[in-house]
Design a protein around this ligand. Sequence first.
Ligand code: ZN
Length: 301
Amino acid sequence: MPELPEAETISRGLDVFLAGRTVARVTVLRPDVVANAGLRAAGRAGRKRCEEAAGVARSASGLAAAEGKRVRAVGRRGKNVVVLLDDEDRIVVNLGMTGRLLPSPGSRPPPSARHCAVFVHLEGGGAVAYDDVRRFGRLSYVPRRDWPAWSARLGPEPLAPSFTARRLQRILESSKSPVRSLLLDQRKIAGIGNIYAVESLWHAAVHPMRRANEFSARAAVRLHRCLRRVLREAIRAQGTTLRNYLTASGQPGGFGPALRAYGSVGNPCPRCAAAIERIVFGGRSAFLCPHCQALPPAADR
Ligand SMILES: [Zn+2]
């Protein structure tokens, strides 16, 4: 599942390809990947109004609204790739489990886009395919006026200068959840998924089930440093490819060999040689070294 480093890598690659280009036509081959912003809001007001609102939203906030607009830049918010148009409306792409954004110099999807769900033609030639085998990804058209509210649903960006160790400490203090669950909560911190949560916790020598509000100030500083270092190194390596993820130039990410704990059950811990273990909680696997990442007695936390 693409996380912050993968979305960052894709957005950088797409920015080179798309900035300054004008959207000519958007072809939706699989409508279920296009989010309908009006649907959820209307859902509370009963089915009939929901259907009416859905109809309106489909025409007003569908991806076709991007046609004729120039792309100013491609960026990222959390795990989402954000295409900023010249009127400051945005196309937000949540890559879900298996979503990929693949540029093509021609007018047909590139050969790697075997499950093309949305195809964006550019004026003057070229196109971008949104490819998604499992179709858990979502493309949303977010008008300029809706962006602040959309963005505010997500927590702070962990690589932003304003994301200080003190800020992480306050977030940790606010929750009794296991720290891995807190790291995965996009409303608390944006962009972290299971791979980089597990890796950061291994580097920080913290058990994934340690309660967030039981961190000492020193442990919070250590986790802050490890989290940011792991994310930066993963971006430098262009992300991690476990199955489907490809960069915008169609290459797999190079961070796989740098994983220390994730998916390494039974392998020796690179720090102490104890066998890496897998545990499951919150419906997700976590990987840890039982020696380096032991839950400390309460007094030492
Ligand atoms: Zn160890």
